[in-house]
Write a protein that binds this ligand. Structure first.
Ligand code: GAL
Length: 434
């Protein structure tokens, strides 16, 4: 059946079909059995290509997990293929081309949730990893809600490595003191603090390229709607054109008045640097920023940098999880299995996450290995209401995420809240969301 899959992929390229059309074709050409893994217990050897966007500043965490893997699998030649660009902006496009050309890596990084299910599983491109979960005893090692996010009625499709939080406001405590402001806890408070900062020539909120603006939009959406209606936006119960949703865009438009003008040309690290260098007061960003400030910049959590929930989101953890799956057509299945086993292992997760700023996806992690920041995130994850991130693929498939970037870009110049709301209703429908 793997052959049918390959033929469908090649035919699709020749016919110039779209990815969605091609995916449908591939799915028709495969049988359910093509996804089933059989664990043969063979020691892996040969080449293993893993694919992610964890390069540069995000490289050390992955390198630590790779070292742990290599210690356990001496006969495997691990090829660490990375494509730079935060949040996979470039990697995802390269991956798509490779998948369409039937040249997949053995395993690739993908966000748990709709990015995995609505993009790769619905188009029947992945192996069902249920036998690995059963063999490794993982049904009890991961939170059941997380397993639900990577599973369907037909299987479990990836292995979560970490849990990141996206609604974090980062700041330098000594700078806030110097500027005479405290950390705002509501959006209204933020706007008041922002006026005070602007009057002193300080940029209230640093922002980077579009996907980081999407993250800030999802922070504002959560603050504006609260967790129940935020979830209703993704389950179809709250219309995109509802006045409550239009209000998100109005608040987001106001927020943009307090951000740097060169945001579209800045990486997420450069936006974080603006806070560290004292040009900006806050950066709202996922907690890989903690990894960057600790691992690359050598700052101490608590004194070197501070953190709080983004305004209006106290008690809520906006969540995302990076995971690795195995694509159909992978050339070295034994090695691919051994890699995802590493991703789900306690030693792998405790090597990776302390450097990354994330917490382990497993529930039996050794928290003494983690920073003060991560320990506080672990507490939040255990106690808070959990909602999914849009920018990082939990609540929406890749088609919607890509189209949403265009809506954000358009909004940044038009500031037309009603137009943005109507555009979202259209892209939700065209991407099969509501
Ligand atoms: C996210 C990913 C994080 C981090 C971030 C910046 O999408 O989930 O692990 O890599 O992008 O690149």
């Amino acid at each position: 059946m793997k052959k049918c899959f390959a033929l469908a992929g090649i035919a699709m390229m020749a016919m110039g079909m779209t990815f969605a059309q091609g995916a449908q074709e591939a799915s028709m050409a495969s049988s359910a059995d093509a996804n089933k893994l059989v664990l043969d217990g063979m020691a892996p050897s040969g080449d293993l290509e893993i694919f992610s966007w964890w390069a540069g500043d995000e490289g050390p965490a992955l390198a630590a997990m790779v070292a742990d893997y290599e210690g356990k699998n001496p006969d495997v030649n691990l090829i660490n293929a990375t494509v730079t660009g935060g949040s996979g902006v470039n990697a995802k496009a390269v991956l798509k081309t490779r998948m369409l050309n039937n040249d997949p890596p053995e395993s690739f990084q993908v966000h748990a949730g709709q990015e995995l299910i609505g993009t790769w599983v619905d188009s029947n491109r992945m192996y069902d990893l249920t036998p690995i979960f059963e063999d490794q005893g993982w049904m009890d090692a991961f939170p059941s809600d997380l397993i639900d996010l990577i599973g369907t009625d037909d299987g479990i499709w990836s292995v979560p490595v970490c849990v990141h939080k996206s609604n974090v406001a980062w700041y330098i405590p000594a700078n806030l003191k110097k500027w005479g402001v405290t950390v705002p806890t509501t959006l209204d408070e933020f706007f008041m603090v922002a006026d005070k900062l602007q009057a002193q020539g300080i940029i209230p909120l640093s922002m980077g390229q579009t996907w980081t603006a999407t993250e800030n939009w999802e922070n504002v959406a959560l603050a504006t709607l609260g967790p129940d209606d935020y979830n209703n936006l993704w389950n179809g119960k709250l219309a995109w054109t509802d006045p409550k949703v239009v209000k998100i865009w109005e608040n987001f438009g106001k927020l943009l008045m307090y951000t740097n003008k060169d945001s579209s040309s800045l990486s997420w690290q450069q936006a974080t640097d603006m806070v560290v260098n004292g040009q900006a007061a806050f950066n709202w960003h996922g907690d890989w920023a903690a990894g960057y400030m600790m691992t690359t910049l050598g700052l101490e959590p608590g004194t070197g940098f501070g953190w709080a929930n983004t305004p209006g989101t106290d008690g809520v953890f906006q969540f995302l999880s990076d995971s690795f799956g195995i694509p159909l057509g992978c050339k070295n299945l034994d090695a691919a299995i051994s890699w995802v086993e590493e991703c789900g292992s306690k030693s792998g997760q405790d090597a990776f996450n302390p450097l990354k700023g994330s917490i382990a996806a497993r529930t039996d992690t050794d928290l003494s290995l983690y920073s003060a920041y991560s320990q506080s995130a672990a507490k939040d994850f255990a106690n808070d209401v959990i909602v999914g991130s849009l920018a990082h693929g939990v609540v929406a498939n890749e088609g919607f995420m890509n189209d949403f970037s265009s809506v954000i870009e358009q909004f940044m110049s038009s500031k037309d809240a009603n137009q943005a709301a109507a555009a979202c209703a259209e892209i939700a429908a065209s991407n099969g969301m509501n």
